[in-house]
Design a protein around this ligand. Structure first.
Ligand SMILES: Cc1cc2nc3c(=O)[nH]c(=O)nc-3n(C[C@H](O)[C@H](O)[C@H](O)COP(=O)(O)O)c2cc1C
Length: 402
């Protein structure tokens, strides 16, 4: 073939200046097209120990890998030639309409990931109209989060303390501040062994040791924000200095049983969820003891290692209690397609933990917004490609596990 030099008139239409946002955070986030991209930005920007605290799981991290692999096992079975000019992503959870079929899971120490922590996440949730769950281990108080995001749909996650009066006090405060539902996390009788935290020597608040000071040189912005904003304490409990595992083992009551749920029911008049259900038997027990909903969850793989993959036990749990209680699912969700698969197999909605935390680490409130937008776009696209015009049309015929 004969070659020729390209002419200017041919080149000119191909030239396009890349319009990058002026704001550095927006510029960074504009390059993130998936939750995995947000994770990669977070890994570059945060101190190693903080990134590992978020990204890591317990022991050999088998539970987390297993949960993520279960989503790789998903095989979608679309129906073609259906009218999918619109796709309704809304679902109903505990009588409330959720515009997107996921909410933000309760996560502790969120101001470690970004100095605005819980406030930033709650504001992003408010803007998207999705649920934000505040953890007992939150680093912003129940009242501050409520004041920051008054219109957000807020739930409060409870760990049962050895001191029941302290737990009751938290429940009262959550009710007074307008939180709509209470999540009892049931899979944390003792702390999981997060080996990355042990190796990194992570403490709350982070201690200034020679290695953290060295690390500070790599991410000065994070340290500057940590040291120049209000000191990191547990806003919902008294101050603490030590490791996460020490805190959990000192404060949490390992003798809590299903019988205690009756105590909780009396203390909390609103909807009650039990999170951390792994088996059909426990799903039945939770519902028999008065839970309105359960969260099939292995705590992001951060508690018991070698646990089941929530997605794989979901259909049996849905068969057993789906007519008496609502079912949510979490652990391992990195893509909107993961959420769609869980809905097709019997969940009302999902919770995402790391997916929003990677966004928070990558760019604060805007990063959480970005994570929500990425998941929302993936959900919408997956629904349409599956040939359904709304979440309500999903059923088991759409998914099998390879
Ligand atoms: C950094 C981090 C902190 C967490 N803290 C809590 C907590 O305080 N209470 C709780 O019930 N679950 C906690 N979880 C578990 C989440 O609520 C949720 O079950 C989990 O993150 C879901 O898995 P995913 O991160 O893969 O989405 C935490 C998870 C992470 C990643």
């Amino acid at each position: 073939m004969r070659r020729q030099l390209p002419r200017w008139s041919e080149l000119r239409p191909l030239l396009r200046s890349e319009r990058l946002p002026l704001d550095a955070t927006q510029r960074r986030l504009a390059r993130a097209h998936t939750v995995a991209d947000l994770r990669a930005i977070a890994a570059r920007r945060l101190p190693r120990a903080v990134f590992d605290y978020t990204d890591g799981a317990a022991e050999q991290e088998i539970s987390l890998r297993r949960a993520r692999r279960s989503f790789d096992r998903v095989e979608f079975h679309p129906a073609v030639l259906r009218d999918v000019s619109t796709a309704d992503t809304s679902t109903t959870v505990l009588g409330q309409r959720w515009p997107l079929p996921f909410g933000l899971a309760p996560t502790g120490f969120t101001r470690l990931m970004h100095h605005e922590g819980e406030r930033a996440a709650a504001r992003a949730a408010q803007r998207a109209g999705i649920m934000y769950a505040l953890s007992t281990m939150g680093t912003t108080s129940i009242e501050q989060v409520a004041a920051e995001a008054p219109q957000a749909r807020k739930w409060f996650q409870l760990y049962v303390w050895r001191n029941r009066d302290a737990a009751k006090d938290l429940i009262e405060r959550a009710r007074a501040a307008g939180y709509e539902a209470l999540i009892l996390t049931a899979d944390t009788p003792v702390a999981g062994a997060r080996m990355r935290d042990v190796r990194n020597g992570l403490t709350i608040p982070p201690a200034l040791t020679p290695s953290t000071v060295l690390d500070a040189a790599r991410c000065p912005g994070w340290w500057f924000n940590l040291l120049t904003t209000e000191p990191m304490t547990f806003a919902n409990l008294r101050g603490w200095h030590g490791t996460v595992a020490e805190l959990v083992n000192e404060m949490f009551d390992p003798s809590v049983t299903f019988a205690d749920i009756e105590w909780l029911r009396a203390a909390w008049p609103g909807p009650l969820l039990i999170k951390g259900i792994h088996t059909v038997a426990d799903a039945r027990a939770a519902v028999d003891h008065g839970a309105d909903a359960i969260v099939v969850s292995t705590h992001g793989g951060r508690q018991l290692d070698r646990a089941v993959a929530p997605l794989e036990v979901l259909p049996a749990i849905a068969d057993a209690v789906g007519d008496r209680a609502e079912i949510l699912l979490d652990t391992g969700i990195m893509h909107g397609g993961d959420v769609v698969a869980a809905l097709a197999l019997g969940a009302r909605g999902c919770l995402v933990g790391r997916a929003f935390l990677y966004g928070l680490m990558a760019g604060g409130e805007q990063g959480v917004q970005r994570a929500i937008a990425i998941l929302a776009a993936e959900i919408t696209r997956t629904l349409r490609l599956l040939g359904v015009s709304g979440v309500g049309e999903l059923n088991r015929s759409h998914v099998s596990l390879r």
